[in-house]
Design a protein around this ligand. Structure first.
Ligand code: DSN
Length: 425
């Protein structure tokens, strides 16, 4: 029987994929953790490599038939070493081990716990309400249930991480693991300062660069490679690869990290994802990726300034990276109805807690906005200024569906001029 394509085999799913393709083309993607993977990355993701089991690591597998897979994994590791080794603090590039098997960012972070901690040990990370990640010890996460979590926060005056507070808490609670990493924090992280605190208390320093990996690779944000003991990341945010995870560590920790990923937490690696990570690493080694990452930051800076011009309250007053956090309190609206109205206007962001938010996490005061995806479409300064004006227009017209539809039409017209990588149009 002739093989059927997706449309023939499953028209319902084919139609839904087509609809998502259109939605992604016609709307402005401002979710700070999303991006557009290239067609090359998607081809690798959709390849026959999905068929192969390969528990273990190159040349040490539990299944035969690894002639190709070993090369794929080794190529991904070699390219990532070249890319991130070049960003390392002195000597760091020679002391670099890479694991490309974590299924995504949360499993990569769990591997750090498994490699270094025992249940009940103390962990410190930026609290979720201050812009940290669930897996850095939040109460609802396994990392807050099985370990003793001491979150640090941001200063009330300027909403920046207070390194004096981090030091004070670390000295008091002696964490075994200290996280430097964020999901909703618009400023540069001082990895050297985290290192000195970790050294003072004998903690493992883990940097989670999931959001900023692409910026780090391109030199648009300082690198923790060679400073932190271990660095975890997803591969699909500013790095612009497939949905996946990766871990960098000093060679002394290689065996512990590898053992924690497999067999500690996972079975067979997703080889199609590994291949796509290798493709993304190759793309990130091209000079154009450096330009891209710097433009992401430039666009974020301009968008934040334009939003301030339109009367928005931007936490910390702006941004150093790819994202910003708006506190909508002065606009008299909460984050959720604002995000929903913007979505109807084709401007897709997410509602988010702001530091010291008096509202509940499911109905917080803020909006998180990021520029990685719109920058991948080639948008720049004029588009960021237009975007700020649209955001202001939508927020000022909540309840006026005709005005929101008018913005959606304008957004669609602009998006048509900036085809997104990887989409079929
Ligand atoms: N879900 C990611 C984000 O949006 O930041 C973090 O895991």
């Amino acid at each position: 029987m002739a093989e059927r394509n997706l449309n023939q085999a499953d028209p319902e799913i084919a139609k839904l994929i087509d609809e998502e393709n259109v939605r992604e083309h016609e709307t402005m993607r401002l979710i700070a953790s999303e991006n557009y993977a290239s067609r090359a990355v998607m081809e690798a993701t959709g390849s026959c490599l999905t068929n192969k089991y390969s528990e273990g690591y190159a040349k040490r597998r539990y299944y035969e038939g690894q002639q190709v897979i070993d090369q794929v994994e080794e190529l991904a590791i070699t390219r990532l070493k070249k890319l991130f080794g070049a960003t390392a603090a002195a000597g760091g590039e020679d002391d670099l081990h890479v694991n490309v098997q974590p299924y995504s960012g949360s499993p990569a972070n769990l591997a750090v716990y498994l490699a270094f901690l025992q249940p009940g040990d103390v962990v410190m990370g930026l609290g979720l309400p201050a812009g940290g990640h669930l897996t850095h010890g939040h109460t609802v996460s396994i990392t807050g249930k099985y370990f003793k979590s001491i979150p640090y926060g941001v200063r009330r005056e300027d909403h920046r991480i207070d390194m004096d507070e981090v030091r004070k808490l670390a000295k008091e609670h002696r964490p075994k693991l200290l996280w430097a990493g964020t999901t909703a924090y618009p400023r540069t992280l001082d990895f050297e300062a985290f290192r000195s605190i970790a050294d003072e208390v004998g903690a493992i320093l883990a940097a989670d660069i999931a959001h900023i990996a692409g910026l780090v690779a391109a030199g648009a944000h300082p690198s923790p490679i060679g400073i932190a003991d271990v660095v975890t990341s997803t591969t699909h945010k500013t790095f612009r690869g497939p949905r996946g995870g990766m871990i960098f560590c000093k060679k002394a920790h290689a065996a512990a990290i590898d053992k924690a990923v497999f067999p500690g937490l996972q079975g067979g690696p997703h080889n199609h994802t590994t291949a796509a990570i290798a493709v993304a690493a190759r793309e990130a080694l091209e000079p154009s990726f450096k330009d891209y990452a710097h433009k992401v930051v430039e666009n974020a800076t301009i968008l934040a300034a334009a939003l301030v011009y339109h009367g928005f309250s931007v936490t910390t007053g702006g941004t150093d990276n790819h994202l910003m956090l708006l506190d909508l309190t002065n606009k008299g609206i909460a984050g959720k109805p604002a995000a929903q109205a913007l979505d109807r206007a084709g401007i897709v962001a997410n509602y988010n807690a702001v530091p010291f938010d008096p509202r509940k996490p499911f109905d917080p005061s803020g909006l998180r906005i990021g520029t990685p995806a719109v920058t991948s479409r080639g948008m720049g300064v004029p588009e960021m200024e237009r975007l700020a004006a649209w955001i202001e227009r939508v927020i000022a017209n909540i309840g006026n569906e005709a005005e929101i539809a008018a913005v959606a039409a304008e957004v669609k017209t602009l998006c048509a001029k900036f085809p997104a990588p990887g989409l079929r149009i």
